[in-house]
Design a protein around this ligand. Structure first.
Ligand SMILES: C[S@@+](CC[C@H](N)C(=O)[O-])C[C@H]1O[C@@H](n2cnc3c(N)ncnc32)[C@H](O)[C@@H]1O
Length: 405
């Protein structure tokens, strides 16, 4: 066991002193909360296989006690409910550094979240974090998060001339809300909040038909990331009951979610159709997508056409985390395709094409883009043609291991 000490601009790693060992064993370090069972799933299977049974098993005793103590103290810190909520979310956020899963990066001396790289991680050198944190070092600590909140609040104050008003969170099953922008009968701006936060599946959205200029979204990439499962430890700490996963637009082979033929496309179609409903005729739906599996692309393209949308253009962008340890030296996608669509109407549109280089990934995306740009006017047998044209590109060939000679 090693201890990292920080202070006076220095960091050191050393074996623990007798005093530090004694402090760690202190009687008050007795956690009390149980966080519930870890369910069977695509990502959780690795936890169950290694003997973890309850969510609290992922945390060393001292980390659990510290999180519990901070959550107890938070309500007394301010009479402002917003401040207490921010403090609570900083404390809850720190639980993504679960001591038994969090690991050191071998390239930079820093610890990683337990679900970094979108997997629950295992390591031979786990890192028990300092829950509260220090001002000089440490990732993901409560203090670090609070500093970022203050920075964000200051940015908002400098860039807006007033306090923004935010309504919600309201469930997506609530009644529709009036448009957020517009004028009353006398031509004065409507008295509406700047934002409404809605929780739930975007199969049902709360804004009126034809009231929106832009739907900007960031959907899951087929089965690449199990957001629901990976966020379960945080939900458990927050005391939230696991959300109804029936609207979760992620294919999960362990639970069977959206595995049935056509079910993923059907769910995406209903979400895109609802987004299209909100748009004005000249409104845009914009999102990015990446996947190595041509079937995933075919399903998305199918869903967009089925939702009554047509393509305006697409662009290739570097994905933000291509230097992630999880993507280093593996054949992951390093490019995203940005898709820009409008509802089918008689309005003329000027289409724009992506700029592509000559890498294997760009060759693949070039074919995908050709079909994306035809959304709204795809022929009946486009799917077969598309799958046929991508079948020979290098990018989707399985990784060939170098032979040991
Ligand atoms: C690519 S992530 C978005 C990440 C986000 N932009 C960020 O920077 O943190 C996709 C998100 O879509 C959510 N999601 C899945 N199905 C959904 C649905 N039917 N309605 C709304 N959100 C959904 C997932 O839970 C996940 O949080």
């Amino acid at each position: 066991m090693l201890v990292e000490r920080a202070g006076d601009g220095r960091r050191e790693l050393a074996t623990p002193t007798a005093g530090e060992l004694k402090a760690a064993e202190a009687a008050h370090m007795q956690p009390r909360r149980s966080l519930g069972d870890i369910p069977i799933g695509q990502e959780t299977s690795v936890l169950l296989r290694h003997g973890f049974r309850q969510w609290e098993d992922l945390y060393p005793r001292r980390q659990r006690s510290m999180v519990e103590r901070l959550l107890e103290l938070a309500p007394a810190c301010s009479t402002d409910a917003g401040v207490v909520a921010a403090l609570r979310s900083a404390i809850l956020g720190s639980t993504e550094m679960a001591g038994h899963l969090s690991r050191w990066d071998r390239y930079y001396l820093k610890s990683y979240e337990s679900m970094a790289g979108h997997r629950f991680n295992f390591t031979t050198l786990p890192v028990e974090p300092n829950v509260w944190g220090t001002t000089t070092s440490g990732r993901g600590t409560t203090l670090r998060r609070l500093v970022q909140f203050v920075k964000a609040a200051e940015w908002l104050r400098t860039n807006t001339d007033r306090q923004l008003s935010v309504e919600g969170p309201v469930p997506s099953t609530a009644a529709l809300v009036p448009a957020l922008l517009g004028q009353n009968i006398d031509g004065d701006p409507l008295e509406r909040p700047d934002a409404v936060v809605v929780v739930g599946s975007s199969q049902r959205q709360l804004l009126p038909t034809g009231s929106v200029d832009l739907v900007l979204t960031d959907p899951p990439y087929h089965d690449d990331v199990q957001y629901g499962e990976l966020s379960r430890p945080l939900q458990a700490w927050a005391g939230l009951t696991p959300p109804d996963s029936s609207g979760d637009a992620v294919v999960n082979r362990a639970t069977g979610q959206l595995v049935a033929d056509g079910s993923y496309t059907a769910l995406l179609t209903s979400i895109f159709r609802e987004s299209a409903r909100l748009l004005r005729d000249d409104g845009h739906l914009i999102f990015s997508y990446a996947n190595r599996d041509p079937q995933a692309w075919a399903n998305v393209i199918d869903a967009l056409q089925g939702a009554g949308l047509r393509a305006v253009g697409c662009a290739v962008v570097h994905s933000e985390n291509e230097t992630d340890h999880a993507k280093r030296n593996v054949r992951a996608c390093t490019l995203d395709l940005l898709l820009d669509l409008v509802p089918v109407s008689n309005l003329a549109v000027e289409k724009f094409q992506p700029k592509l280089g000559d890498s294997d990934e760009e060759e693949f995306l070039g074919i995908v883009a050709e079909y994306v740009l035809a959304i709204g006017a795809l022929s009946t047998d486009w799917r077969h043609e598309f799958l046929e044209s991508v079948s020979t590109v290098n990018f989707i060939r399985p990784l060939r291991r170098p032979r040991n000679t």
